[in-house]
Design a protein around this ligand. Sequence first.
Ligand SMILES: [Zn+2]
Length: 112
Amino acid sequence: MTTEEKKRLKTKIEDEIIHLKKQITELEAKTQPITPDCSLGRLTRLEAMGEQHVNNKILDEAKLRLTRLQNALQHIEHPMFGICIECEEPIGIARMEIRPESMRCVKCASEC
Ligand SMILES: [Zn+2]
């Protein structure tokens, strides 16, 4: 990976982190416990709970991705950054640009 590519990737990760943090804040507001409210019909309440369940799942995934991206950002200057942890081959800039938090190359990732 060239210095230029690394710089571009770093900006990308930083942007993504800002975006994810915003998304997490919004999701956290949406996943507040539903207060028992008699004015809500049973169906509406079930719908709200279903939606909350979905939002919780998205929230978990967003948090996980945020951790991975922050991790990637911390290690971006490390010589092993962008190197597959399985086969130690370069992961490839195309993949890194889509998922900068990748730790495995396409080949190794598809094998597990
Ligand atoms: Zn690999």
